[in-house]
Design a protein around this ligand. Structure first.
Ligand SMILES: *[C@@H]1O[C@H](CO)[C@@H](O)[C@H](O)[C@H]1NC(C)=O
Ligand SMILES: *[C@@H]1O[C@H](CO)[C@@H](O)[C@H](O)[C@H]1NC(C)=O
Ligand SMILES: *[C@@H]1O[C@H](CO)[C@@H](O)[C@H](O)[C@H]1NC(C)=O
Ligand SMILES: *[C@@H]1O[C@H](CO)[C@@H](O)[C@H](O)[C@H]1NC(C)=O
Ligand SMILES: *[C@@H]1O[C@H](CO)[C@@H](O)[C@H](O)[C@H]1NC(C)=O
Length: 370
């Protein structure tokens, strides 16, 4: 009763085409912190498609990819650490094949986007979270067409769904020039809008087959160079307590909401609360311990608005735009961390204790069997 070798070979071959069991598959949603190039294909003011963005990104030879940092994003680093051999490509890139979903996954993230659809209007083009999830729905339909509903669900239940979003909603709230929310709703109501809209999207992903979630909270936005500058805290180096208070309030509600969802779902799904706020705050407070020399200014683009970080064609001016040593800076530009900071944050999210990743870290989530 031996199974003919040829049959075994055929089974193995067809499984290796679809089965993600031996590789890391990630579906990435979020804003510029994890955008891997989607905004390159939009008409938008939120772009990272010119040097020196990407200067330390070796897969592109230092050319810009649309990532809003000098090197890898946190999502890139986490994927690599878990054995991913290629980064999930941007959904909007014309040469991205939906078939990549079976192997590496897809990146739907878009700079300037938020949980709320209106967020980022000033930047014109961006893909809001709701649209990112509709785009995933398209990918899923393709998967179902290729391998059927059941196999698709098996693949999705073993994949990691990460969501890094909310910073732009908060930044917009504090921009007085946007006649949207400021002075209209209280910070508490604004937090509640964010949470209830976010919850709807998380539940939608669950209905579409997602089971392993990493939900990254909002970092200490009051400490980014942009906010320090507009709050005129440049010289004092102080963070905006008002902005950080709103972020902390939101994060607390987010954790409670995820706790509630974990309780309701039992073992059917896991929502990991990734506490980037505390990790980032620790780096800013104790920066020398992590090898940084500068914790409050951008490596690229200068300290004062409009913080343009791009290489001027005029070579005499271009030398002034970059700091001497990119590993010495926490911030790459006025909004985004350097790869050096991303490496530390990613390491804590992967391997950290319950204080930074609750109820389990990303490495455990990856091994967890739903
Ligand atoms: C798709 O195009 C981008 C930009 O030209 C390129 O960097 C990337 O390697 C291409 N990807 C594939 C899978 O061909
Ligand atoms: C899909 O799974 C369901 C429930 O487990 C089962 O009833 C059905 O026969 C499966 N369909 C296929 C095509 O395998
Ligand atoms: C989502 O946010 C909007 C504000 O953008 C708010 O009006 C709406 O009530 C929220 N939706 C839910 C279900 O809370
Ligand atoms: C290039 O930079 C130099 C020195 O900053 C300046 O004098 C010159 O006008 C610039 N040229 C152009 C074309 O911007
Ligand atoms: C940049 O800084 C890092 C960390 O402090 C250090 O290890 C490295 O040697 C520096 N590189 C240069 C070119 O000075």
């Amino acid at each position: 009763m031996e199974i003919p070798a040829l049959v075994l070979i055929i089974i193995t071959l067809s499984l290796s085409n679809v089965c993600p069991c031996f590789c890391f598959t990630a579906f990435i949603f979020g804003d510029s912190l994890v955008d891997a190039g989607n905004n390159n294909y939009l008409f938008t003011l939120s772009k990272a498609d010119s040097p020196p963005y990407g200067i330390d990104f070796s897969p592109s030879g230092g050319q810009p990819t649309g990532r809003f940092t000098n090197g890898r994003t946190i999502a890139d680093i986490v994927g690599e650490a878990l054995g991913s051999t290629s980064f999930p490509p941007p959904y909007l890139a014309p040469n991205t094949s939906a078939a990549t979903a079976f192997r590496a996954g897809i990146n739907y993230a878009s700079g300037a986007s938020g949980i709320l659809d209106q967020t980022g209007t000033l930047f014109i083009g961006r893909v809001p979270l709701t649209q990112q999830i509709s785009n995933f729905e398209q990918t899923r339909s393709y998967m179902v067409k290729m391998v059927g509903e059941n196999t698709t669900n098996i693949i999705l239940k073993n994949s990691i769904f990460s969501l890094t979003i909310g910073s732009n909603d908060v930044l917009n709230y504090f921009q007085p020039s946007i006649p949207l929310f400021s002075d209209k709703v209280s910070p508490t109501l604004f937090q509640d809008f964010m949470i209830s809209n976010f919850t709807i999207q998380l539940e939608k992903l669950y209905r579409l087959g997602a089971r392993k979630f990493v939900v990254v909270n909002i970092g200490p936005l009051g400490c980014i160079p942009f906010i320090r500058a507009v709050s005129l805290n440049i010289l004092g180096g102080k963070c905006s307590t008002k902005v950080n208070a709103l972020v902390r309030g939101y994060n607390k509600k987010l954790k409670e909401e995820l706790d509630r969802m974990n309780n309701n779902m039992g073992r059917n799904a896991i929502f990991v609360y990734a506490n980037s706020y505390d990790i980032f705050r620790e780096i800013i407070l104790n920066f020398p311990k992590y090898g940084f020399v500068n914790n409050d200014g951008p490596c690229c683009g200068g300290y004062i608005p409009p913080f343009l970080c791009f290489k001027r064609t005029n070579s005499s001016a271009s030398s002034a735009i970059l700091c001497d040593n990119r590993s010495n800076y926490v911030f790459w530009d006025a909004y985004h961390p350097t790869e050096a900071a991303n490496l530390i944050i990613a390491d804590k999210l992967l391997n950290g204790d319950k204080g930074v990743c609750y109820p389990m870290n990303i490495r455990h989530l990856y091994d967890y069997i739903i």
